[in-house]
Design a protein around this ligand. Structure first.
Ligand SMILES: *Cc1c(COP(=O)(O)O)cnc(C)c1O
Length: 225
């Protein structure tokens, strides 16, 4: 049996190794722990271990946990799941960043004129299947431009999930090209959110700045539906 502290330390060690083999500094990489399906008590344990960034992928769970842990003001909550536009303002209320902006309607729904800018990323679909999450690569810059024109949003970069049944390396390489194009639109767009438990070393190789790691740190998810 490993403990949460053991797994966190092991993953951080692997992140540092992967960064060095890629000729990068581990300091330029942010490790976000995906806590979906786990109770708020696990998030508290993570915070005691020094974790500052956590992520959820479903609005109800995101809102419930961030509300329950609202006194942990140093903790940054990242939203990484599909966002319904009618829930966008609720997510915005507690989000440090929304990684999954994939259509104009969500941009409009997240906009709160006069508010402090919210960090957002364009989610890119790295497959050829239009039913998968994210905007098609060809449409990414147009969506990025819409975000730049929205004063209450700050374009931070791109996010993607590696397609199933394919080597992650070439997919992350496509994402890195897309990240470069989006970076040309806004100098704030320096993030590339990619890499999960199984593929974070590859993501680091191709320039990921923000890793979203769940089970390798938390252990298996309870009651997954
Ligand atoms: C669940 C999830 C992760 C983490 O997945 P693991 O394989 O558990 O590391 C990362 N990104 C998104 C969008 C997720 O939904």
């Amino acid at each position: 049996m490993t403990t949460l502290a053991d797994r966190l330390a092991a993953v951080d060690g692997s992140i540092a190794d992967a960064a060095r083999s890629a000729g990068r500094s581990p300091d330029e990489i942010t490790r976000i722990v995906v806590t979906k399906f786990h109770p708020a008590s696990l998030v508290r344990e993570l915070v005691e271990l020094g974790v500052q960034d956590v992520a959820e992928n479903r609005q109800q769970e995101f809102t419930a946990k961030s509300d329950e842990l609202a006194e942990l003001t140093q903790l940054r909550w990242h939203f990484v799941g599909q966002l319904q536009s009618k829930k966008a303002k609720t997510v915005r209320r507690s989000a440090a960043a929304v990684h999954s902006v994939d259509r104009e309607k969500v941009v409009a729904a997240l906009d709160v004129p006069e508010a402090e800018p919210l960090d957002v990323l364009v989610q890119i679909n790295l497959t050829d299947d239009p039913n998968r999450g994210g905007v098609a690569r060809d449409d990414a810059t147009r969506l990025a431009e819409t975000i730049v024109q929205t004063a209450s949003l700050r374009l931070r970069g791109v996010m993607a999930v590696a397609p199933l049944g394919e080597e992650p390396g070439p997919a992350f390489e496509r994402l890195a090209r897309c990240a470069d194009e989006v970076r040309r639109i806004a100098s704030s767009a320096t993030w590339m959110s990619a890499g999960m438990s199984q593929d974070f070393a590859e993501a680091i190789r191709f320039g990921a700045t923000h890793l979203r790691i769940g089970t390798a740190i938390t252990g298996p998810r309870p009651n997954q539906v």
